[in-house]
Design a protein around this ligand. Structure first.
Ligand code: GDP
Ligand code: MG
Length: 600
């Protein structure tokens, strides 16, 4: 197919607005996937994703479409729908010339959608508005079109009305893709530059890289180089996604495909990196690549200490699989000598918050048959020491001694919440409770508002998103970005074996509200270590009530009684799939780790 007959596009949609259903229909209508081999939602191909009905991994599919008696090759590049993946979304957008903007005609434009539309506009994509679910009695495509025009400034006079479920409007969408989205430029003669928009680890073939050829040509057997990681390999296999992998000899500028090259770790071929030829290198890599910086951490323990080695092996494999996962083993020696006192930190990249941690935990448990405890996710604080050193710190037990610290910096995010006006109050209260600093409120239509706050990342990693959803009856949505590390005055307290850290002086002086502002991690320490469930600075009790409910749960089971009885209980609960973990002298059930996130 000449490049003038190629169209590369993606679908931008808020979660549940029908992206997967529409993608399936496009594949069906173009005969790419036969109905009988069509599993529900072909693009969501990990079991876990299908079970949960969410799209985690980016995928791509090549379709053949006849238009005016000419064959066109349409490449659909899927984008993840979850709030935590804006970097991945931006890379898959960069691989396209156009996008379908799918909006549920019975709902409206959501914050996440908006953010992605802006990303698409920044990448100069042609945007085709599609109003989905017009079969629903509550559908108001005209109203929602107006909303898109007002909010995005996109002409919706030719918006396509569609029902992905009923198969209405699908042909119009395919035709619009050919008519409106520009073909890729024919730059096959230039030195190779291909943009990686996804990669995953395959146990037999090594890392499989999904890419869009921007310039040049890539052939099977070529010696290639990844410009950011500077690693070079021979491309054993090059192919297209139809949507199953199909080998071809070469791919030209404008095409989308995959390659395998016996790459052992996804870190060598990360999303956003540029593939070039080893012997004819491109002068400049493609823009937009971002290095991963660990920002969110959680501790991970095997319930049964005997499973430590298995956990380590499993994590090593997972790390090959996922560049987002970084494992730190600060006290490996201690672990190996069977004294697991310090959590094994699992560092997750920017954007991989609670959601992803649960995903990893589930995979480890399912695929490797491990029983695990994860502690509440925490974030990386930067400690500036008196002697000029800076220490990155994710765990209270790793902090430098009080006398040697000058200040502590805490990562902040800017969040934008989009909500129907009825929930403005509830959401502002939520942000304020989480040490949020109000920035701006705007009405984007008569009934929908955008509220902007800045708040500490630590306040967002817990149940913030859940709270946003429940306080708005599911109608609000949010988007966030990192804004750096403002300096804070920090008060330190040591109670029994527990460090209590507050990043906000006010909370301490005001008294009892500390738990809300403290490290999530230290919340856990508080009720584990302090037997009576109180946290103190000196003799002053600064947090007690908030944790008493959990304390009952946790400590009632754990204190008193002899050690063998406790061990028996522990074993029984482990068998019964109840997760308990011994930390110091206390056994803590998984529920407690979760409960600290949900103090309300
Ligand atoms: P995604 O999260 O954007 O991938 O959304 P899905 O494709 O998974 O769809 C979310 C829900 O909306 C599913 O229950 C679909 O069956 C339903 N849905 C999708 N398209 C339509 C449509 O055109 N009409 C109706 N009534 N429901 C739809
Ligand atoms: Mg989906």
């Amino acid at each position: 197919v000449p490049s003038s007959n190629i169209r590369n596009f993606c679908i931008i949609a808020h979660i549940d607005h029908g992206k997967s259903t529409l993608a399936d229909k496009l594949l069906q209508m173009t005969g790419t996937v036969e109905s009988r081999e069509m599993k529900a939602q072909f693009l969501d191909n990990m079991d876990l994703e299908r079970e949960r009905g969410i799209t985690i991994k980016l995928q791509a599919a090549r379709m053949r479409f006849m238009y005016n008696n000419e064959a066109y090759c349409l490449n659909l590049i899927d984008t993840p729908g979850h709030v935590d993946f804006s970097y991945e979304v931006s890379r898959s957008l960069a691989a396209c010339e156009g996008a379908l903007l799918v909006v549920d005609a019975s709902q409206g434009v959501e914050a996440q959608t908006l953010a992605n539309v802006y990303l698409a506009l920044e990448n100069d994509l042609e945007i085709i508005p599609v109003l989905n679910k017009i079969d629903l009695p509550g559908a108001e495509p005209e109203r929602v079109s107006r909303e898109i025009e007002e909010v995005v400034g996109l002409d919706c006079s030719n918006a396509i009305y569609c029902s992905a479920k009923e198969g209405i409007g699908i042909n119009e969408i395919l035709s619009a893709i050919v008519q409106k989205i520009p073909p890729p430029q024919d730059t096959a003669e230039r030195p190779l530059r291909a943009l990686i928009f996804d990669s995953y680890y395959d146990a037999y073939r090594g890392v499989i890289v999904y890419f869009r050829v921007i310039d040049g040509t890539i052939r099977k057997g070529d010696r290639i180089m990844f410009m950011a990681s500077k690693k070079d390999y021979y491309a054993d296999e090059v192919g297209v996604l139809s949507p199953n992998q199909l080998q071809v000899d070469q791919l030209y500028a404008g095409e989308v495909g995959y390659l395998s090259a016996s790459i052992r770790s996804v870190a060598d071929a990360r999303v956003g990196d540029t593939i070039t030829h080893y012997s004819r290198k491109a002068e400049e890599s493609l823009s937009g690549y971002k290095e991963a910086t660990p920002m969110v951490f959680c501790g991970l323990f095997p319930v049964d200490a005997d499973q430590f080695n298995e956990l380590r092996d499993a994590l090593e494999k997972l790390q090959l699989n996922d560049a987002a996962l970084k494992v730190h083993i600060p006290f490996q020696e201690e672990f190996l000598s069977q004294k697991p006192q310090v959590p094994w930190d699992l560092a997750l990249d920017v954007g991989f918050l609670v959601f992803f941690i649960w995903k990893f935990q589930e995979r480890l448990e399912r695929e490797y048959n491990l029983s695990l405890i994860t502690t509440a996710p925490s974030v990386v604080y930067r400690v500036n020491c008196v002697n000029g050193d800076t220490v990155e710190c994710s765990n209270p037990s790793l902090l430098p001694e009080p006398g040697s610290r000058r200040s502590i910096e805490e990562p902040f995010v800017k969040i934008e919440m989009l909500t129907p006006k009825d929930y403005i109050g509830a959401l502002m209260e939520l942000a304020q409770d989480r040490r949020g600093e109000f920035k701006e409120i705007k009405f984007i239509t008569e009934i929908r508002a955008s509220i902007i706050y800045e708040l500490p990342l630590a306040e967002m990693v817990g149940d913030f998103f859940d709270q946003l959803k429940s306080r708005s009856k599911g109608y609000a949505s949010m988007e966030y970005s990192f804004i750096g590390l403002p300096s804070l005055i920090v008060i330190w307290a040591r109670n029994l074996n527990c460090f209590l850290i507050d990043t906000n002086l006010e909370y301490c002086t005001k008294g009892s509200e500390l738990t809300l502002g403290a490290f999530v991690f230290s919340k856990l320490c508080i009720h584990i270590v302090s037997g009576d469930g109180r946290a103190c600075i000196g003799s002053k009790v600064i947090a007690s009530e908030a944790i008493s409910a959990i304390r009952k749960d946790v400590l009632a089971k754990c204190y008193g009684g002899d050690i063998t009885r406790k061990k028996k209980l522990l074993r029984k609960q482990a068998e019964g799939k109840k997760r308990m973990k011994a930390i110091g002298r206390v056994d803590v059930p998984q529920e407690a780790f979760m409960a600290v996130l949900k103090l309300e």
